[in-house]
Design a protein around this ligand. Structure first.
Ligand code: GBH
Length: 449
């Protein structure tokens, strides 16, 4: 494992470090202070969809533990905190009336970050759409894109002048494919046609929000976060290589091409045929509105085989608790590919991390696996940076153990342990390691004038 000093030398003084969470996964208080129902509140109540039959009603109870949690983040010495706003908490029906108590919570969150010298990186949509909008068609309805603009403007007016960054969407692929094609995530729809239209409206609303916020004079940097695997053929056969190129076009370029090139990949449009999205004149120009930054969430590589889905036994690398192969080289290759294909703005790794068994002795989690995962992936970012990729920062997923969607609470991604019986937070060895890494990196920075 690279040691902390070697790692920090890879990064320039203005490279920023952070930790990330999302509202539904940590806040709890699902039905308090006027919050509206989200599609995840609803989905968790469908029998069998969440591995441990849990939900987000309490989660980490972050809503009631804001100040101690902000102290926890500040104690890590990081530069920034990436969090999301629960849309139904601030606008319960997704349109019309605002919920003052919900807005006040994020007001305190942002002020609390600034008071501790932490830069607020706010995400508008980390999947918890108001159920009331789903009842009107959700992201499959073009109108939802316009409701999203109104929501973004409300957040801008209340918090905008104090934010460092606003991300429109977290991982539109997940919302489209897991939520609306496979149906394993909320809202649990199984329709390829719906998923394709959802993806288009997510991208469209992203561009509309950038234009609307800039027209309002927003000072925060504006961007989007995409999930990306590094897609490789299972064998070097021509058929597997072609399948890998197609899978990469479906999962990565379907989102990145319209954002950076204003066009959907032709080969995917061709295979969609009649399922191609309804795209109105001007939509692609809106989607391609220049961004101030791009965020990439990287966890693993993906293997493609012309023979069908690749089985676990054909994935030779060590795996995390999620069953995802640990493959830091893929992060380097992915960043190099993105740099080659697009004119990248400043680029952040907005999520990277792993779920591990977390061996515990005397109340302390000795998560050497997680430290190794983080160190090797951070080193890959450093190598991409040295090779010319405009890397601007890195954020660990996640600050603390939390509700891991359809896996419930059994999978732990935190660098801080959460005891769900008492809700006590305890930094794991990885949190102390990350704190030392950030401190060492800061020690190399010139003092501020
Ligand atoms: C992120 O999603 C989310 O933003 C975050 O909320 C979540 O907690 C975190 O990651 C951890 O899951 O089945 O081998 O093909 C990541 C979603 C993960 C989706 C990898 C695609 C493919 C793995 N992506 N997954 S595999």
């Amino acid at each position: 494992m690279p040691n902390t000093n070697d790692l920090t030398r890879l990064f320039p003084p203005d490279f920023v470090w952070g930790v990330a969470t999302s509202a539904f996964q940590i806040e709890g208080a699902a039905f308090e202070d006027g919050k509206g129902e989200s599609i995840w509140d609803r989905f968790c109540r469908v029998p069998g969809v969440i591995a441990d039959a849990s939900n987000g009603d309490v989660a980490c109870d972050h809503y009631h533990r804001l100040d101690p949690d902000l102290d926890l983040i500040a104690g890590l010495g990081v530069d920034l905190y990436r969090f999301s706003v629960s849309w139904p908490r601030v606008q319960p029906l997704g349109e019309g009336a605002w919920n003052e108590k919900g807005l006040a919570f994020y007001d305190r969150l942002v002020d609390g970050l600034l008071a501790r010298g932490l830069a607020p990186h706010l995400t508008l949509n980390h999947w918890d759409l108001p159920q009331a909008l789903q009842d009107k068609g959700g992201w499959a309805s073009r109108d939802t894109a316009h409701r999203f603009v109104d929501y973004a403007l409300g957040i801008q007016r209340r918090l905008g002048d104090r934010l460092a960054a606003i991300t429109t969407h977290n991982e539109p692929w997940v919302v489209a494919v897991l939520g609306n094609e496979e149906g394993t995530f909320a809202p649990g729809i199984q329709s390829r046609r719906t998923a394709i239209q959802v993806a288009h409206h997510l991208l469209l609303s992203h561009g509309l929000v950038l234009r609307a916020l800039r027209a309002e004079g927003a000072t925060a940097k504006l961007g989007i976060v995409l999930n990306m695997a590094w897609t490789m053929p299972l064998t070097d056969s021509a058929a597997d290589q072609a399948k890998a190129r197609l899978d990469d076009a479906r999962g990565r370029r379907w989102y990145a091409d319209p954002l950076f090139k204003g066009a959907y990949p032709a080969e995917v449009l061709a295979e969609l045929g009649a399922d191609a999205p309804v795209v109105e004149a001007g939509d692609l120009a809106v989607i391609a509105t220049p961004m101030d930054y791009i965020g990439i969430n990287y966890y693993s590589r993906a293997l493609s085989s012309a023979a069908g889905p690749v089985e676990a036994k054909d994935k030779p690398y060590p795996k995390t608790d999620m069953g995802w192969e640990i493959y830091p080289e893929g992060l380097y290759e992915l960043l190099m590919t993105m740099h080659r294909e697009y004119a990248l703005p400043p680029t952040y790794i907005t999520e990277n991390g792993g779920a591990f068994p977390d061996p515990t002795t005397d109340g302390h989690v000795h998560d050497a696996d997680r430290i190794d995962y983080l160190a090797t992936h951070i080193a890959a970012v450093g190598r991409a940076l040295a090779a010319g990729v405009p890397m601007a920062g890195y954020m660990v997923w996640s600050l603390m153990d939390n509700f891991e969607w359809s896996s419930g609470y059994a999978k732990r991604f935190g660098i801080v342990h959460v005891d769900y019986a008492t809700l006590a937070r305890t930094p794991k060895d990885s949190a102390l390691w990350y704190r030392d890494l950030v401190a060492a990196s800061r020690a190399l920075r010139p003092a501020r004038p």
